[in-house]
Design a protein around this ligand. Structure first.
Ligand SMILES: Nc1ncnc2c1ncn2[C@@H]1O[C@H](COP(=O)(O)OP(=O)(O)OP(=O)(O)O)[C@@H](O)[C@H]1O
Length: 251
């Protein structure tokens, strides 16, 4: 479905990404782990066409994401959820307005306008909220509820891949656990693929079948989560795991 091959990016002579290569298959949940400044968000921005890689290719079902027409077509299929849900929502808009903008952009051509309310009700239920949230503004929601709305907004497009860029970082630990459970459920019920970006290996490991370990812009290790956790090959991966007090559940 997605093939990233040889992607490099340099800012002011600093190589932020070097020859990054990986794939994501339909329904797969892939974790991208690396410390702050390792290039994770730059990679996400390249995938969303918010940045241009200096080198390399990104193919979506065999067509280059650099091609404008492919890029436009993929906007619906590849969605992103950012770290700070409050900043991702317009403070002057109700939740209904935020969802409506996505609906107009991605669904208006194939759904009747009157279907909008049914779609929103279903999506809010899917993310553990209800219709009463539609009339609320971001300041009337907790940060965790805002993130649920951001996830619902990403789902409006019926994407095949969601990039979750540090989407749990602004949440406290108990709310993180609820959102992880929500993402697991959505993964199972909607067969959506994830690229789950985080610096927290415990969180990534609880959600992802496969891991990419990014260190100073280079993918130093990739493979099945359980294999990497059981037998990390690269010293950087070993150092990440050494910082974890106990391994996630499936080791
Ligand atoms: N637009 C830019 N111009 C110049 N340098 C940039 C730009 N964007 C990112 N960088 C630099 O590229 C490096 C990687 O940044 P990036 O945001 O991709 O890291 P990250 O792994 O996502 O970090 P974090 O986990 O803190 O978000 C950093 O050194 C950053 O300062």
């Amino acid at each position: 479905m997605l093939v990233v091959d040889g992607v490099s990016k340099t800012y002011a002579k600093k190589k932020v990404l070097q020859n990054v290569a990986f794939t994501i298959a339909p329904g797969e949940s892939v974790g991208l782990i690396g410390m702050s400044g390792s290039g994770k968000s730059t990679l996400a921005r390249c995938m969303m066409d918010l940045e241009r890689p200096d080198e390399g290719s990104m193919q979506w079902y065999g067509a280059s994401l650099v091609n404008k027409r492919v890029r436009q077509a993929s906007r619906k299929s590849i969605q992103i959820v950012f770290q700070d849900p409050r900043n991702s929502l317009n403070p002057a808009w109700t939740m209904k307005r935020s969802l409506s903008e996505a609906f107009l952009q991605f669904q208006a051509h194939q759904s009747r306008p009157q279907e909008q309310d049914r779609v929103f009700a279903e999506l809010l239920e899917a993310v553990g909220l209800n219709e009463s949230f539609l009339s609320r503004y971001p300041h009337e929601l907790s940060t965790g509820q805002c993130q649920r709305v951001c996830i619902a907004r990403a789902l409006v497009a019926e994407p095949e891949l969601i990039i979750l860029d540090e989407c749990l970082s602004a949440l406290d630990v108990s709310v993180q656990a609820q959102v992880i459970e929500l993402l697991q459920t959505l993964h199972q019920t909607r067969q959506v693929s994830y690229l789950f970006i985080s610096h927290d290996i415990t969180v990534v490991a609880s959600l992802c079948d496969r891991l990419l370990v990014l260190h100073e812009g280079i993918i130093v290790e990739q493979g099945r989560t359980r294999d990497i956790l059981a037998d990390p090959e690269h010293p950087y991966t070993r150092s990440l795991l050494a910082d974890v007090p106990h391994y996630p559940k499936f080791t």
